[in-house]
Design a protein around this ligand. Structure first.
Ligand code: ADP
Ligand code: MG
Length: 341
C-alpha cells in the first residue's frame, strides 16, 4: 500500500518532436524524501520535474502519486507545487497577496486566506515583510516569498527547479540549509533540480544522477560518492580518479579511486599504483590537489591523462612536491571500486 505522498515514475518518456529528452525513466521517491535530480545541462532534469508538476505532458509511461496515476490531472489538482527558477512573483502584489494568491483563485474568503498566508510568511521568517512589493526585497527574500506561495496549497511534494542558482555563494549556502530544515519540518518530499553535485550531496536523501535522458544512478549521497555505478557518475560527482587497469581474471577493467584515498608514496610501496610526474599543484586550504601524469609503459590508463591526489594540507607541507617532480602514487586494494562498463 503506497503512502499518499509516494511518487513513482514508471517508464516515463518525454519526446519533443522526434527528440527524446527523457528516456523511459523509472524511479520511486518515498514520501518525505529530499530528492535531488542531478546532471549536466540538457540531461532532462527540468523536463522530468515539469512532467511531475503537470506543466508538461508525458509522452509515454505513468506518473503516480500514492496509488493514483496523475498523468492527466491539471497541476493544481496533483497535490504538488512548483517553485520556479525566477520565482515568478507578481510585481504589483505585496508579499501577503502573492502568498495568498492560489487561495484567492480557489475562492477562499479574504480574512481566511490572509491569516493562512501570514502563517506561511512566519514559516519562512518573512512576517515583517507582508506589505512589501517584490521589487523591495533582496533575492533571498523573494525566494522565501516564492517558497511560501508554493507551500500554501499544502502540497505533498514541492518541486524546485534550480532554486539556488540565482543567489550569491554566501546566500546560497544559507538558503540550502533553510530548504533542508523546511523539508524536515514539513515532512513532505522536495524534488530539487540542480547541476551542482555539491548541492545535491549536501541536501539529498536520494540523489538521482541523470545523463542524456536516463538515470545513471539513484541512491543516497554516500552511496553515489563511495560506489558510483558508472564512469559518468564518478566523473560528475568529482573527487574520483577513473583508471583502466588489468583485471584480476585477465583482461582490463575500469576502476575508480577516490582522490583522498590515493597517496604520494615512496616508489614500490602501497598495494597498487604507478610512477609519474607532477603536472599541477593547487592549494585549496584544507587540502592540496596534486595532478600526476603516469610514466609511459605503466599498466594503467588514467582518465584525461591526469591522476588527482588530494593531500591533507599538513601532510603536503611536511613533504611538498613541485611541478615536474617525479613521484609515486599508490592506493590500497580495498579502496578500489570497480565501475560498470
Ligand atoms: P535540463 O533541465 O537537465 O537542462 P531539459 O529537461 O530542460 O534539461 O532539456 C532536455 C532536452 O530537451 C534538451 O535537449 C532540451 O534542449 C530539450 N528541450 C527542453 N524543453 C524543450 C521544448 N519545450 N521543446 C523542445 N526541446 C526541449
Ligand atoms: Mg533545467
Amino acid at each position: 500500500m503506497a503512502d499518499k505522498g509516494d511518487i513513482e515514475l514508471a517508464a516515463v518518456l518525454k519526446r519533443y518532436g522526434s527528440a527524446i529528452a527523457v528516456d523511459s525513466i523509472s524511479l520511486k521517491i518515498p514520501a518525505g524524501t529530499y530528492c535531488c535530480l542531478l546532471g549536466p545541462s540538457g540531461c532532462g532534469k527540468s523536463s522530468t520535474l515539469r512532467m511531475i508538476a503537470g506543466h508538461e505532458d508525458v509522452s509515454d509511461g505513468d506518473i503516480l502519486l500514492g496509488n493514483e496515476v496523475i498523468n492527466d490531472l491539471p497541476p493544481a489538482r496533483r497535490g504538488t507545487a512548483m517553485m520556479f527558477q525566477n520565482y515568478a512573483l507578481f510585481p504589483h502584489l505585496d508579499c501577503i497577496d502573492n502568498v495568498a494568491f492560489s487561495l484567492k483563485m480557489k475562492g477562499v474568503a479574504k480574512a481566511e486566506r490572509r491569516a493562512r498566508a501570514m502563517e506561511l510568511l512566519r514559516l519562512v521568517d518573512m512576517q515583517d515583510y507582508a506589505a512589501r512589493l517584490p521589487a523591495q526585497l533582496s533575492g533571498g527574500q523573494q525566494q522565501r516569498i516564492a517558497l511560501a506561495r508554493a507551500l500554501i496549497t499544502g502540497p505533498s511534494a514541492l518541486l524546485l527547479d534550480e532554486p539556488l542558482s540565482a543567489l550569491d555563494p554566501f546566500l546560497r549556502a544559507r538558503m540550502r540549509e533553510e530548504l533542508k530544515r523546511l523539508q524536515k519540518e514539513l515532512g513532505i518530499s522536495f524534488i530539487h533540480v540542480t547541476h551542482s553535485q555539491e548541492e545535491a550531496m549536501a541536501l539529498a536523501d536520494l540523489v538521482v544522477v541523470m545523463n542524456r535522458g536516463r538515470i545513471e544512478q539513484a541512491a543516497s549521497a554516500r552511496a553515489v560518492f563511495n560506489t558510483p555505478r558508472t564512469a559518468f557518475v564518478a566523473r560528475f560527482i568529482g573527487g574520483h580518479n577513473i583508471v583502466e587497469a588489468p583485471a584480476d581474471g585477465g583482461g582490463r577493467q575500469r576502476i575508480s579511486v577516490r582522490a583522498d584515498r590515493a597517496a604520494l608514496t615512496a616508489p614500490g610501496s602501497g598495494e597498487a599504483g604507478f610512477g609519474g610526474t607532477v603536472r599541477a599543484v593547487e592549494y585549496l586550504g584544507s587540502v592540496v590537489h596534486v595532478g600526476i601524469s603516469p610514466n609511459g609503459g605503466t599498466d594503467f590508463a588514467v582518465d584525461q591523462g591526469e591522476f588527482l591526489v588530494a593531500v591533507n594540507e599538513n601532510k603536503f607541507f611536511a613533504a611538498p612536491v613541485a611541478l615536474g617532480d617525479a613521484v609515486s602514487v599508490s592506493w590500497k586494494l580495498e579502496d578500489i571500486h570497480v565501475l560498470e562498463a
